[in-house]
Design a protein around this ligand. Sequence first.
Ligand SMILES: Nc1ncnc2c1ncn2[C@@H]1O[C@H](COP(=O)(O)OP(=O)(O)OP(=O)(O)O)[C@@H](O)[C@H]1O
Ligand SMILES: [Mg+2]
Length: 327
Amino acid sequence: MSEPLLQAEGLVRHYRIRHGSRLFSHPATLRAVDGVSFTLQPGRTLGLVGESGCGKTTTARLVLGLLPLTEGEIRLQGETLPQAGSMRWRELRRVMQMVYQDPLAALDRRIAVGRQVMEPLVIHAIGAPAERRDRAMAILQSVGLQAHHFDRYPHELSGGQRQRIVLARALILSPRLLVCDEPISALDVSIQAQVVNLLLDLQAEMGLAYLFISHDLRMVRQVSHEVAVMYLGRIVERGDPDRLFAAPSHPYTQALVSAIPVAHRSGRQRLILKGDPPNPVDVPTGCAFHERCPIAVARCRTETPALRPLADGRHVACHLAPGAADA
Ligand SMILES: Nc1ncnc2c1ncn2[C@@H]1O[C@H](COP(=O)(O)OP(=O)(O)OP(=O)(O)O)[C@@H](O)[C@H]1O
Ligand SMILES: [Mg+2]
């Protein structure tokens, strides 16, 4: 196997916050990301899913070095990601780019989109002005836009076209990794499939790797080579998307998967999780999921389950998962 493009090892991001009502508040630690590890090979897609607030965006920002790590290490092409803002970090940032949810917020309304697509070349002092323009035109074409879009302004474009502009700008430095945080959720349903197909085409053409975050589990299954399910700052299950979605092992994954809308659901009951996700300031002891878990036993209240391999190559963090090798 080729050298991993990205290795995340034991990523931890804690926030010191004030907890409780204003008068009686006290300092507390919010565990946004609490020990996340994964590897991403070139040209592959890792899908990251989980309820709102489980730490997906924080993980994405840590990977890019946009947030300092509390603990852990990120290696890009084997090299430890240096401190954000350093010269080397700026160089390495060319290798990985971020695509956010809202293309309008990512673009400057006052600047024609062509100039915005060229901007990374200007920042990195790459090429003469004419070369930059040629490169921007070529990239616009590769994301399915035309030369006449170059002089348009963001508000003159459709949502799908704007997200293509954002992609063009992310691609102009020939990155190897795109971190996509809900890249399609602000788009009309009819446009979502087009943008996803474009991402798949770009991956095939350019060998791009994606860290793909979405609440749309069907989309995640369609685009990912591997899926990681997060709960309260940790990965509770990861593995092959077809296996994971067809026969989820962790009770939390089972609940997530059972909530996917299916036109003709047969046989499978929708599992409703008890209660709200716990507060990441007050993570339950043992397995963080035990309070909402339909099968929890005494051990789950005291002992935190490690991520253990299943025979089919998946990993699951549940004491009760059948077939999980003992740690
Ligand atoms: N700057 C901050 N200060 C304090 N807490 C924060 C900060 N940023 C994020 N958090 C907390 O960290 C946790 C994880 O947030 P994050 O944005 O990573 O979630 P997410 O999985 O991306 O959610 P969503 O699906 O809603 O986008 C949340 O509880 C959030 O409130
Ligand atoms: Mg988020």
